[in-house]
Design a protein around this ligand. Sequence first.
Ligand code: ASP
Length: 335
Amino acid sequence: MRIHITYTGGTIGMIESPNGLVPGADMRGWLHRLITDAHLDPDLFSFTELDPLIDSSNATPDNWQTMIDDLRSHRDEADAFVVLHGTDTMSYSSAALSYALADFGKPVIFTGSQHPLGKIESDATANVTGALNAAMSGRFHGVGLFFGHHLFAGNRVSKSSSWAFEGFSAPSTGPLARTGTPWHWYAGSALQGEGWASPKPYTRHDVAVIDMAPGISAARLGAMLEPRPEAVLLRAYGVGNVPSDEPGLTDVIADVLHDGVPVVIASQCQQAEVLLGHYETGDAIARAGAIGSGDMTLEATYAKIMFLLSQGVDAADFGTWMTRSIAGEISPSSL
Ligand code: ASP
């Protein structure tokens, strides 16, 4: 089986500098040793180091597209793909690529590490070998993320710890598999979605991500929405509730919708099913046309908004596409 590895940056390949960790490790040499130590044939591996390597905190939709271009350009030469990525925004990238590569037909597994590869206590070896195993397993097709002994669907996962080796979790769906002798694969783990034919490249869009907090005023919310963004992702409470007693606050949301700007309501709960209208506190914005994010993660929701804007989906069709599964990112039962 031929494997292509795309190295984008992140802690896994960082070294100390006077200003903190920066990319600089010999990733190609380290991977070569790891592959030969595992008695795999290095000739079956190809490798791209993106330029520049980045801390994933600096990632934008342009970086997502650079990864997509690299994977597509190697599609015919490899059977499976591994993307080495920083942990901070790995779950945004894996969700973003799951939409754009819904037609790819070959496994793509993201991984990285909490500790650089050169450290004796690093989790880099375990994560990269796990990602390679998942990629070569023949049991997973789609965009996945392997980390801390678990394989997750790339659009169902969030970074849940800034320090633990089990740094990611999928609160709504759980993992697809966990390592062991043998690996344990969980039933019903196939990603199901309608796909997206001939996706246009990711481009940058002005999306406002705003959290509700007790005491937020209509004036403050209104100020955050001027000038109007192209779309709003509002992180509300519980099943999608906002402070409806706060004078004028739901009117601000209704005005934004009235101006033709899609407003997607997500939840601050990691494990959520957004059900607008379940409470009176979510009813007014539901009637104004706000779109609930179902059981999508924040990352999958944000990346999907960027994807739909990049595809040129207009406000009238936005709600339809947000709530349809492109690549298994949302459960129909959560709507
Ligand atoms: N700041 C790093 C990054 O996301 C963190 C990591 O890789 O663990 O690139």
